[in-house]
Design a protein around this ligand. Structure first.
Ligand code: PLP
Length: 423
């Protein structure tokens, strides 16, 4: 753990069984002190973007205050310190997901860019008419649209794994879809729209038997459970810092070195080269090969602080706390007349999508904002998943490690208020 993270760690990681001190965690989030429409903020929109603890805010501002300079190639001290901070963050983030090597961790703008990078730099050169890409119906648009674009570019076909009415993958259909034509399977680890936790290790094992590489979209898993890319057995893992209590505009792609080495560069420019001449250009080895241009240096530093902070809490304790919160919150929400939960998988993470009979989700969200409660309403960038339930939209309460059972009481009160308004 970095010094910054140690300063803010709530309970020693050496005691994995101690419950989280949520009051102490909340005290580390300055934004939770603010009021919204004169009411204390109740933030249930972590799946869209988490709030940031002081450890992250101060890591970013501290970088700008004391180390700011461009990285790599600089001979002056500030540049060397900035490089150490950037590359140090890479090392810690790689360790966070148990990557075998820090050089396998490519910084990107986030999950979306990571997936586009794989589509264009890995798959595009291998793909042609007759080839297939498989994704599921519960994917975020960022794990659908890049593949659709790639299919248009190459003549390949996108196939879709159906989902059940509980919001789980139809695993029999998946089995049938994994034919020799499939050149990549893209699957979400935890659905942002339904909360479903997919059995990614089993799916990767099945795909591996058939020689099909798997990309896992880990945007909603990395903040909420321990992620071990080696145990999962995937070929690509994508995640975003801002869902993990870190800054926006930074995320990562993990892939094994041999895969990264064999891939084409994604973008050309400075930083990604070893040697340039008009006779030809030699690329830098990974991860530099995929990081053209000046990167989001302060973002990487903040990302490193965010994973330190999560490690300081202990991912297993975070997962255990959020599971209890999800169970208690679900029970409370079900007391609201006419409330229906959309996505009732056996294995769920902290996302509760719901509808209220006869009331549009946007009305729900707008009204309860005046109770200080922030939820998200709409299709959650997962239109096909929501359409499966014959709905245009849902309301979604999503959890972070700072939420409490008492905040669900506020949400339930607010929803009952909505009910009364609509008679
Ligand atoms: N995948 C999932 C499951 C998500 O929830 C999100 C964001 O909501 C993304 C991908 C896209 O992440 P980003 O916008 O950080 O690239």
């Amino acid at each position: 753990m970095s010094e910054d993270a140690a300063q803010y760690a709530v309970t020693p990681v050496t005691d994995p069984d101690a419950p989280l001190d949520v009051a102490a965690i909340r005290a580390q989030f300055p934004i939770l002190e603010r009021q919204v429409h004169g009411k204390p903020l109740v933030y249930f929109d972590t799946a869209a973007s988490a709030q940031r603890p002081r450890a992250v805010i101060e890591a970013v501002s501290g970088f700008y205050e004391t180390k700011n300079a461009n990285i790599h190639r600089g001979v002056h001290l500030l540049s060397q310190e900035a490089t150490d901070a950037y590359e140090g963050a890479r090392t810690r983030i790689a360790k966070f997901i148990n990557a075998p090597s820090r050089d396998e961790l490519v910084f990107t703008r986030g999950t979306t860019e990571s997936i586009n990078l794989v589509a264009q730099a890995y798959l595009r050169p291998k793909l042609g008419p007759g080839d297939e890409i498989v994704v599921s119906r519960m994917e975020h648009h960022s794990n659908i649209v890049p593949w659709q674009m790639l299919c248009e570019q190459t003549g390949a076909t996108l196939k879709v794994i159906p989902i059940t009415d509980t919001g789980e993958l139809d695993l029999d259909a998946l089995d049938d879809l994994l034919t020799p034509n499939v050149k990549l399977l893209g699957i979400v680890h935890v659905s942002n729209a339904l909360g479903t936790v997919n059995p990614v290790a089993e799916i990767c094992a099945l795909a591996r038997e058939r020689g099909i590489p798997v990309l896992v979209d880990g945007a909603q898993a990395a903040p909420h459970q321990r992620v071990d890319v080696q145990a999962i057995g995937c070929d690509f893992y994508c995640f975003s810092a801002h869902k993990m209590y870190g800054p926006t505009g930074i995320g990562a792609l993990w892939a094994p070195m041999a895969t990264l080495e064999a891939m084409e560069p994604y973008q050309g420019g400075g930083e990604m080269i070893r040697k340039v001449s008009f006779e030809g250009t030699e690329y830098a080895p990974p991860p530099g090969k995929f990081e053209a241009g000046t990167p989001n240096i302060a973002g990487a530093v903040g990302f490193g602080a965010a994973v330190d902070w999560l490690e300081g809490l202990g991912l297993d304790r975070v997962a255990a706390y959020e599971a209890r919160l999800l169970a208690a919150g679900t029970e409370k929400l079900l007391t609201v007349p006419g409330l229906r939960i959309v996505g009732t998988a056996k294995r769920k993470a902290g996302v509760i999508s719901f509808t209220l009979d006869g009331i549009h989700p946007h009305d729900i969200g707008t009204i309860i904002d005046h109770y200080g409660v922030a939820i998200r309403t709409g299709h959650h960038c997962a239109m096909p998943a929501i359409a499966h339930f014959n709905l245009p939209a849902t309301a979604r309460a999503s959890l972070g490690v700072y939420n409490t059972v008492e905040e669900f009481d506020v949400l339930v009160d607010a929803l009952n208020g909505v009910r009364e308004m609509f008679g």
